[in-house]
Write a protein that binds this ligand. Structure first.
Ligand code: IMP
Ligand code: MG
Length: 185
């Protein structure tokens, strides 16, 4: 018997073991690159929380975290690039070494806006670490220093990624099944 949760799941693109192995590699790489600097991770709510929590525990250097919540207007599976800050950072990032942690970069519009906004606050360095990227969908170039996985142009759910706020709790990344899509999408 399939559960209601599982019926939304199409092909599993990245399983639990692959996620954890790649995140350990990223953690080791970031720990080397930021050795001796005081690192601030900025998580973009809500999708990046899951990745952020696992990534942080693979870092062997001191670091701090803060979060931002942003929303883009537009259709449910498409980003418009018009971004609103719903929750701003608690701390001042001027002079800090900032690493933005994102769940997925699709068109790049959300991240591009966010980077311009953060850049204006004059951090010492500003880089991005994204778990997933869909290069085929990119509409605007954004430099991403660390990438977990490149994926094809499919709508994915799980490990923080939602469809209508659901399915973030799946322990893997899977394609959203056609059965879960409303008519006309
Ligand atoms: P962008 O502005 O088009 O790069 O969109 C980025 C945001 O859209 C991500 O932070 C996600 O919240 C959402 N998004 C893009 N693609 C997917 C997907 O395949 N599954 C779930 N959310 C997605
Ligand atoms: Mg989302």
């Amino acid at each position: 018997m399939q559960t209601e949760l599982e019926s939304a799941v199409g092909e599993v693109l990245i399983d639990k073991e692959a996620l954890s192995a790649r995140i350990a590699e990223l953690g080791a790489e970031i720990s080397v690159d930021y050795a001796g600097r005081d690192l601030l991770l900025i998580g973009v709510l809500k999708g990046a929380v899951f990745f952020m929590a696992d990534l942080m525990r693979k870092l062997t250097i001191p670091c701090e975290v803060d979060f931002m919540a942003i929303s883009s207007y537009g259709a449910s599976t498409d980003s418009s690039g018009v971004v609103r800050i719903l929750k701003d950072l608690d701390i001042n990032i001027e002079g800090r070494h900032v690493l933005v942690v994102e769940d997925i970069i699709d068109s790049g519009l959300t991240l591009s806006y966010l980077m311009r906004n953060l850049e204006s606050r004059e951090p010492a360095t500003l880089e991005v670490c994204a778990l997933l990227t869909k290069p085929d969908r990119r509409e605007i170039e954004v430099p991403v220093r660390y990438v977990g996985f490149e994926i094809p142009n499919r709508f994915v759910i799980g490990y923080g990624l939602d469809f209508g706020e659901r399915y973030r709790n799946l322990p893997y990344v899977a394609v959203l099944s056609d059965d879960a899509l409303p008519e006309g999408l």
